[in-house]
Write a protein that binds this ligand. Structure first.
Ligand SMILES: Nc1ncnc2c1ncn2[C@@H]1O[C@H](COP(=O)(O)OP(=O)(O)OP(=O)(O)O)[C@@H](O)[C@H]1O
Ligand SMILES: O=P(O)(O)OC[C@H]1O[C@H](OP(=O)(O)OP(=O)(O)O)[C@H](O)[C@@H]1O
Ligand SMILES: [Mg+2]
Length: 281
């Protein structure tokens, strides 16, 4: 039985559950369920606080977990990242009041509030800055207004929360994060983990690519394939009309419309894109 940690709340929770569902796993109906057995797939899901996931996986009690890179780095858990999941993308940034310090080099002697002291304190040390780091559990933007800190370091996605708090980003990004799959560092290769990762990779590919079909005159097929090279090699099939061939190829979803325009201009017709539901490459 593969034991998998899944975030039970917060920004990671819903997209993580959606991805597991797309990968064919049973998911909980009730948010209060703590453990869910998917006996068809021989997997058990444990719904845990996002921050605790690296601890469970690092201790070897659970085989793999879905969490944020920032939470993994922030923890002292002995776990490592094995797959990037492409959602919950965010950046850990410093912010302060307008007129405050403009750069990390000006943070000396100041107080910095953050929920990510495990990332921020070593970062400041590496920069040779001596500042005091205060841990807060959340809503750190308020720390400046209440005089608890001069600077904060927090998760920024759109920047709306900072703007609404009247704060400005300063300095370089501390850490780029996204949802990731983690396992205990140094764990031996496990075929059940490999299969779990293949399923998630299948979802990532299905989300990022569409299948494109079109007909093209045989003498133009090389030019057409230059527009749709596919992941390895496109399928080219003869049509009943010998002057034409049918081509089938995977195309990145966000390029699909531009590629269709290019193919049309080249003379391709019956250009269709279809959604990929699942795949194993
Ligand atoms: N607005 C956001 N956009 C993208 N990712 C985010 C956002 N807010 C948080 N995250 C990511 O979600 C993960 C956990 O943050 P989240 O706020 O959901 O949990 P938490 O703060 O530990 O828990 P809680 O706030 O519920 O106590 C982190 O990896 C973080 O980078
Ligand atoms: O840049 P934005 O798009 O505004 O998003 C960033 C905000 O989202 C998260 O807060 P969350 O909702 O998790 O609240 P929390 O502070 O209680 O964790 C994070 O801590 C920021 O405050
Ligand atoms: Mg939060």
């Amino acid at each position: 039985m593969l034991r998998i940690a899944v975030p039970n709340k917060g920004a990671l929770s819903e997209p993580a559950v959606a991805m597991l569902h797309e990968a064919g796993y049973r998911q909980r109906m009730d948010r209060r369920e703590l453990v869910l057995l998917d006996s068809d797939n021989n997997v058990e899901f444990f719904f845990l606080r996002p921050r605790d996931i690296a601890v469970y996986v690092g201790s070897g009690k659970l085989d793999v977990g879905l969490t944020g890179r920032d939470l993994l780095v922030d923890s002292t858990a002995d776990a490592e990242e094995i797959l990037q999941l492409g959602f919950a993308a965010s950046t850990l940034r410093f912010a302060t009041r307008p007129g405050g310090p403009r750069d990390v080099t000006e943070f000396g002697g100041l107080t910095i509030a953050t929920s990510f002291d495990g990332v921020v304190a070593p970062y400041l040390e590496r920069q040779g800055v001596q500042a005091s780091v205060v841990h807060l559990d959340g809503a750190v933007e308020t720390a400046i207004k209440l005089g608890v800190a001069d600077v904060i370091a927090d998760v920024v996605e759109t920047g709306t929360t900072l703007r609404n708090a009247g704060l400005e980003i300063v300095g370089d990004p501390v850490l780029e994060s996204e949802a990731v799959v983690i396992r205990r560092r140094g764990d031996a290769e496990d075929p059940r983990v490999a299969q779990f990762l293949r399923r998630l990779q299948g979802v990532l590919v299905a989300r990022r690519y569409v299948m494109m079909d079109y007909d093209i005159r045989a003498e133009l097929v090389e030019q057409a394939i230059a527009l749709t090279p596919g992941l390895e090699s496109p399928t080219v099939s003869p049509l009943h009309d010998r002057g034409w061939v049918a081509v089938r190829s995977m195309v990145p979803t966000r390029e699909a419309q531009r590629v269709m325009d290019g193919l049309y201009d080249l003379g391709a017709r019956a250009i269709l894109t279809t959604q990929i539901h699942a795949c194993r490459l």
